[in-house]
Ligand binder design. Structure first.
Ligand code: DC
Length: 229
Protein backbone atom coordinates (compact mmCIF):
# COMPACT_ATOMS: atom_id res chain seq x y z
CA UNK A 1 0.00 0.00 0.00
CA UNK A 2 2.97 2.28 0.29
CA UNK A 3 3.85 4.34 -2.74
CA UNK A 4 6.51 1.95 -3.93
CA UNK A 5 8.91 3.20 -6.55
CA UNK A 6 10.52 0.24 -8.26
CA UNK A 7 13.65 2.29 -8.96
CA UNK A 8 14.34 2.92 -5.27
CA UNK A 9 17.64 1.71 -3.84
CA UNK A 10 18.95 1.76 -0.30
CA UNK A 11 20.56 5.13 0.26
CA UNK A 12 18.15 6.97 -2.00
CA UNK A 13 15.04 6.23 0.03
CA UNK A 14 12.88 9.24 0.88
CA UNK A 15 10.20 8.85 3.55
CA UNK A 16 7.66 11.68 3.76
CA UNK A 17 5.86 12.10 7.09
CA UNK A 18 3.05 14.65 7.00
CA UNK A 19 0.37 15.38 9.55
CA UNK A 20 -1.24 17.74 11.99
CA UNK A 21 0.53 19.70 14.73
CA UNK A 22 1.47 17.52 17.67
CA UNK A 23 0.69 14.19 16.01
CA UNK A 24 4.15 12.91 16.92
CA UNK A 25 5.83 13.58 13.56
CA UNK A 26 9.17 14.68 15.01
CA UNK A 27 9.78 11.84 17.48
CA UNK A 28 8.51 9.34 14.95
CA UNK A 29 10.56 10.68 12.04
CA UNK A 30 13.74 10.88 14.07
CA UNK A 31 13.21 7.35 15.39
CA UNK A 32 12.62 5.97 11.89
CA UNK A 33 15.67 7.77 10.51
CA UNK A 34 17.84 6.47 13.35
CA UNK A 35 16.62 2.88 12.87
CA UNK A 36 17.21 2.94 9.12
CA UNK A 37 20.46 4.94 9.10
CA UNK A 38 18.83 7.82 7.22
CA UNK A 39 19.13 11.59 7.56
CA UNK A 40 16.26 13.65 8.98
CA UNK A 41 14.76 16.98 7.91
CA UNK A 42 12.27 18.94 10.01
CA UNK A 43 10.65 21.33 7.53
CA UNK A 44 8.47 22.83 10.28
CA UNK A 45 11.66 24.04 11.93
CA UNK A 46 12.52 25.92 8.70
CA UNK A 47 9.15 27.74 8.73
CA UNK A 48 9.68 28.44 12.42
CA UNK A 49 13.19 29.79 11.75
CA UNK A 50 11.83 32.11 9.05
CA UNK A 51 9.13 33.29 11.50
CA UNK A 52 11.65 33.82 14.31
CA UNK A 53 13.80 35.94 12.01
CA UNK A 54 10.83 38.04 10.77
CA UNK A 55 9.77 38.74 14.37
CA UNK A 56 13.33 39.69 15.32
CA UNK A 57 13.58 42.02 12.32
CA UNK A 58 10.34 43.71 13.38
CA UNK A 59 8.46 42.67 10.24
CA UNK A 60 4.69 42.66 10.76
CA UNK A 61 3.93 38.96 10.29
CA UNK A 62 0.28 39.70 9.44
CA UNK A 63 1.38 41.94 6.55
CA UNK A 64 1.67 39.46 3.68
CA UNK A 65 3.45 41.88 1.34
CA UNK A 66 6.06 42.73 3.98
CA UNK A 67 6.65 39.05 4.75
CA UNK A 68 6.91 38.24 1.04
CA UNK A 69 9.43 41.05 0.47
CA UNK A 70 11.65 39.87 3.34
CA UNK A 71 11.44 36.10 2.73
CA UNK A 72 14.58 35.92 0.59
CA UNK A 73 16.89 37.47 3.16
CA UNK A 74 17.68 35.05 6.01
CA UNK A 75 20.15 32.19 5.44
CA UNK A 76 18.49 29.12 6.94
CA UNK A 77 20.45 25.90 7.37
CA UNK A 78 19.28 22.54 8.69
CA UNK A 79 21.56 19.88 10.19
CA UNK A 80 20.16 16.44 9.35
CA UNK A 81 21.53 14.11 12.05
CA UNK A 82 18.37 12.51 13.52
CA UNK A 83 20.01 12.26 16.96
CA UNK A 84 21.04 15.94 17.00
CA UNK A 85 19.16 17.97 14.40
CA UNK A 86 20.11 21.63 14.21
CA UNK A 87 18.68 24.78 12.65
CA UNK A 88 20.50 28.05 12.19
CA UNK A 89 19.55 31.47 10.86
CA UNK A 90 22.46 33.55 9.56
CA UNK A 91 24.72 31.25 11.57
CA UNK A 92 22.81 31.59 14.88
CA UNK A 93 21.49 28.39 16.46
CA UNK A 94 17.74 28.94 16.93
CA UNK A 95 16.70 25.38 17.91
CA UNK A 96 15.26 26.53 21.23
CA UNK A 97 14.04 30.01 20.24
CA UNK A 98 11.80 28.66 17.44
CA UNK A 99 9.61 26.80 19.98
CA UNK A 100 8.47 29.97 21.78
CA UNK A 101 4.79 30.99 22.14
CA UNK A 102 5.46 34.02 19.89
CA UNK A 103 6.69 31.79 17.08
CA UNK A 104 3.85 29.28 17.68
CA UNK A 105 1.33 32.07 17.25
CA UNK A 106 2.88 33.54 14.09
CA UNK A 107 4.20 30.53 12.17
CA UNK A 108 0.98 29.44 10.45
CA UNK A 109 0.19 32.84 8.86
CA UNK A 110 3.82 33.18 7.79
CA UNK A 111 3.72 29.67 6.28
CA UNK A 112 0.69 30.63 4.21
CA UNK A 113 2.65 33.28 2.27
CA UNK A 114 3.57 31.83 -1.18
CA UNK A 115 6.98 33.58 -1.32
CA UNK A 116 7.94 31.98 1.99
CA UNK A 117 6.91 28.56 0.73
CA UNK A 118 8.76 29.01 -2.58
CA UNK A 119 11.96 30.03 -0.81
CA UNK A 120 11.87 27.12 1.64
CA UNK A 121 10.80 24.65 -1.05
CA UNK A 122 14.09 25.28 -2.86
CA UNK A 123 16.08 24.69 0.31
CA UNK A 124 14.08 21.56 1.15
CA UNK A 125 14.53 20.03 -2.30
CA UNK A 126 18.27 20.69 -2.19
CA UNK A 127 18.61 18.80 1.10
CA UNK A 128 16.26 15.96 0.07
CA UNK A 129 17.90 15.58 -3.34
CA UNK A 130 20.91 13.80 -1.85
CA UNK A 131 18.50 10.97 -0.85
CA UNK A 132 18.38 8.72 2.21
CA UNK A 133 16.18 10.89 4.39
CA UNK A 134 13.04 11.07 6.49
CA UNK A 135 11.28 14.41 5.95
CA UNK A 136 8.48 15.69 8.16
CA UNK A 137 6.05 18.49 7.39
CA UNK A 138 2.62 19.22 5.98
CA UNK A 139 3.09 19.06 2.20
CA UNK A 140 6.07 16.75 1.70
CA UNK A 141 4.19 13.89 0.03
CA UNK A 142 1.87 16.20 -1.89
CA UNK A 143 4.13 19.05 -3.11
CA UNK A 144 7.74 18.96 -1.93
CA UNK A 145 8.61 15.37 -2.87
CA UNK A 146 5.60 13.58 -4.37
CA UNK A 147 7.93 10.85 -5.68
CA UNK A 148 8.83 9.76 -2.09
CA UNK A 149 8.99 5.97 -1.89
CA UNK A 150 7.06 5.98 1.39
CA UNK A 151 4.42 8.52 2.36
CA UNK A 152 2.81 8.58 5.78
CA UNK A 153 -0.02 10.75 7.04
CA UNK A 154 0.23 10.80 10.81
CA UNK A 155 -2.74 11.87 12.92
CA UNK A 156 -3.98 11.62 16.51
CA UNK A 157 -7.03 12.83 18.40
CA UNK A 158 -6.76 16.48 19.53
CA UNK A 159 -6.91 15.41 23.20
CA UNK A 160 -3.99 13.03 22.80
CA UNK A 161 -1.98 15.60 20.84
CA UNK A 162 -2.53 18.34 23.42
CA UNK A 163 -1.65 16.03 26.32
CA UNK A 164 1.58 14.92 24.65
CA UNK A 165 2.64 18.40 23.57
CA UNK A 166 1.97 19.84 27.04
CA UNK A 167 3.97 17.06 28.69
CA UNK A 168 6.84 17.55 26.20
CA UNK A 169 7.02 21.23 27.11
CA UNK A 170 6.78 20.53 30.83
CA UNK A 171 3.59 22.63 31.05
CA UNK A 172 0.20 22.01 32.61
CA UNK A 173 -2.28 24.02 30.52
CA UNK A 174 -3.60 21.30 28.21
CA UNK A 175 -6.62 23.37 27.13
CA UNK A 176 -4.60 26.30 25.83
CA UNK A 177 -2.10 23.96 24.13
CA UNK A 178 -5.02 22.26 22.40
CA UNK A 179 -6.45 25.58 21.30
CA UNK A 180 -3.09 26.61 19.82
CA UNK A 181 -2.70 23.25 17.98
CA UNK A 182 -6.21 23.43 16.55
CA UNK A 183 -5.76 27.01 15.41
CA UNK A 184 -2.58 26.03 13.54
CA UNK A 185 -4.36 23.02 11.99
CA UNK A 186 -7.17 25.31 10.83
CA UNK A 187 -4.82 27.73 9.07
CA UNK A 188 -2.48 25.00 7.74
CA UNK A 189 -5.38 23.02 6.25
CA UNK A 190 -7.24 26.03 4.87
CA UNK A 191 -4.47 27.97 3.13
CA UNK A 192 -4.47 28.28 -0.67
CA UNK A 193 -0.84 27.20 -1.26
CA UNK A 194 0.17 23.63 -0.36
CA UNK A 195 -2.38 23.05 2.42
CA UNK A 196 -2.05 20.17 4.85
CA UNK A 197 -3.66 17.23 3.14
CA UNK A 198 -3.28 13.47 2.90
CA UNK A 199 -1.11 12.96 -0.20
CA UNK A 200 -2.04 10.51 -2.90
CA UNK A 201 -0.50 7.16 -2.03
CA UNK A 202 -0.01 8.04 1.65
CA UNK A 203 -0.62 5.47 4.37
CA UNK A 204 -2.71 6.89 7.21
CA UNK A 205 -1.33 6.05 10.66
CA UNK A 206 -3.48 7.12 13.61
CA UNK A 207 -1.16 7.27 16.61
CA UNK A 208 -3.86 7.99 19.23
CA UNK A 209 -3.68 4.53 20.78
CA UNK A 210 -0.18 3.55 19.68
CA UNK A 211 3.11 3.95 21.50
CA UNK A 212 5.96 5.78 19.78
CA UNK A 213 7.77 2.46 19.30
CA UNK A 214 4.70 0.97 17.61
CA UNK A 215 4.40 3.88 15.18
CA UNK A 216 8.11 3.68 14.35
CA UNK A 217 7.82 -0.09 13.78
CA UNK A 218 4.93 0.42 11.41
CA UNK A 219 6.78 2.97 9.28
CA UNK A 220 10.02 0.96 9.30
CA UNK A 221 8.01 -2.01 8.01
CA UNK A 222 6.53 0.11 5.20
CA UNK A 223 9.98 1.42 4.30
CA UNK A 224 11.58 -2.01 4.33
CA UNK A 225 8.85 -3.20 1.95
CA UNK A 226 9.44 -0.23 -0.35
CA UNK A 227 13.18 -0.82 -0.47
CA UNK A 228 12.71 -4.47 -1.42
CA UNK A 229 10.42 -3.65 -4.31
O1 DC B 1 5.65 20.87 12.42
P1 DC B 1 5.64 22.22 13.16
O2 DC B 1 4.52 22.34 14.14
O3 DC B 1 6.96 22.57 13.75
O4 DC B 1 5.35 23.28 11.99
C1 DC B 1 5.21 24.65 12.26
C2 DC B 1 4.38 25.31 11.20
O5 DC B 1 5.08 25.31 9.98
C3 DC B 1 3.04 24.67 10.92
O6 DC B 1 2.03 25.27 11.69
C4 DC B 1 2.83 24.93 9.46
C5 DC B 1 4.20 25.15 8.90
N1 DC B 1 4.66 24.09 8.03
C6 DC B 1 4.24 24.12 6.72
O7 DC B 1 3.44 24.97 6.36
N2 DC B 1 4.72 23.22 5.83
C7 DC B 1 5.60 22.27 6.22
N3 DC B 1 6.07 21.39 5.32
C8 DC B 1 6.00 22.21 7.57
C9 DC B 1 5.51 23.12 8.46
Amino acid sequence: MSNVDSTSRPGSLVIAVDGTSGSGKSSTSRGVADRLGLRYLDTGAMFRAMTWWLLREGVDVRDEAAVAAAAGRPAIESGTDPLAPTITVDGTDVSVAIRSDEVNAAVSPVSAVPEVRARLLDLQRTVIGAGGIVVEGRDIGSVVWPQAEVKVYLSADPDARAQRRTAEQGGTDVASTQQSLLERDRIDSGRATAPLTMAEGAVHVDSTHLTLAEVIDEIVALATGADRA
